[in-house]
Design a protein around this ligand. Structure first.
Ligand SMILES: NC(=O)C1=CN([C@@H]2O[C@H](COP(=O)(O)OP(=O)(O)OC[C@H]3O[C@@H](n4cnc5c(N)ncnc54)[C@H](OP(=O)(O)O)[C@@H]3O)[C@@H](O)[C@H]2O)C=CC1
Ligand SMILES: O=C(O)[C@@H]1CCC=N1
Length: 259
């Protein structure tokens, strides 16, 4: 497919890095500020450099608040049988259709781990999108990790609050955990290694186990031992579960506001 990527910042750039590894598609980036693009990717800085009906897919990877202002300038470059793919948080298919009219539109919510091919994405398409086009876009997204097709747009806003924003929560947890490791005397390098390897090893253990997360947690926790002492702080008054609940609800509510 011939693909136009509008916006090549943190998320568009992360996905492009994976896509550029696979020779199936050709990419043009429209982002005046983009630098250090992968080999073979065409860069345009003005819409006049584009031809009409040039692309099979136009990917919208700018901030949701910019779409109404920016997208009309690029819409002419999509083939009549092509589709728009938006990775913008919240912004609904109806809002995009207000800008480009009744066209095939797919919403994808990726996450930053796409950068290393371990992203998690949700996808939902409108009725104007053919099964073939949806399958090809799903395959494209799956080059960046896993891709789940969702039943409706509300689901993609809910998924945004879990996996789209998720790396932000996890990076903050890791930052706090590393700071705690340093506070008991480890240097930065050792603290990062201990925390990173503990997290990745724990994730892999959970993946390979049939036990519930509660049972796995209990299997680390000796009666009156060190883990129990630590968890009595981490879980005091059920605050941690409440905090995660509030975190996810706030992110979902923001996605709904951005519709
Ligand atoms: N970051 C993430 O983890 C995730 C982001 N998203 C979604 O991805 C989208 C992009 O977010 P993110 O990558 O974080 O943001 P960035 O600001 O990093 O990327 C947006 C890019 O678009 C560029 N841009 C601005 N105006 C134009 C224009 N007129 N034409 C072309 N390009 C333009 C920006 O340039 P400049 O910086 O010069 O303004 C920037 O390079 C958002 O809609 C967000 O909701 C979805 C999932 C995860
Ligand atoms: O914070 C945001 O709005 C975007 C969408 C998901 C992750 N980053």
């Amino acid at each position: 497919m011939n693909i136009l990527l509008i916006g090549c910042g943190k998320m568009g750039g992360a996905m492009l890095r994976q896509w550029a590894e696979v020779p199936d598609n050709t990419f043009t980036v429209a982002d005046p500020a983009a630098t250090a693009l992968p080999d073979g990717v065409r860069h345009v800085t003005k819409t006049t450099e584009l031809e009409a009906a040039e692309f099979d897919v136009v990917i919208i990877a700018i901030k949701p608040q910019m779409i109404a202002g920016v997208l009309p300038d690029y819409a002419f470059a999509l083939k009549p049988e092509g589709c728009f793919v938006s990775i913008a948080a919240g912004c609904s298919i109806a809002s995009i259709a207000k800008v480009v009219g009744d066209r095939a539109i797919i919403r994808v919510m990726p996450n930053l781990a796409a950068m290393v091919g371990q992203g998690v994405s949700g996808l939902v398409a409108n009725a104007l999108c053919s099964d073939d086009l949806k399958a090809r876009v799903t395959e494209l997204v799956a080059q960046t990790g896993t891709c789940v097709e969702l039943a409706d747009e509300d689901q993609i806003d809910r998924l945004t609050a879990i996996s789209g924003s998720g790396p932000g929560y996890v990076f903050e947890l890791m930052r706090s955990y590393v700071a705690a490791a340093k506070s008991v005397g480890f240097d930065d390098e050792t603290a990062r290694k201990l925390v990173f390897d503990t997290i990745s090893g724990t994730v892999e253990t959970a993946r390979q186990s049939d036990e519930t997360l509660e049972d796995l947690r209990n299997s680390v926790t000796s009666k009156n031992g060190t883990t129990q002492a630590g968890l009595s702080q981490l879980m005091r008054d059920g605050q941690l579960e409440g905090l995660f609940h509030d975190t996810v609800q706030a992110a979902y509510a923001r996605a709904v506001e951005l519709r």
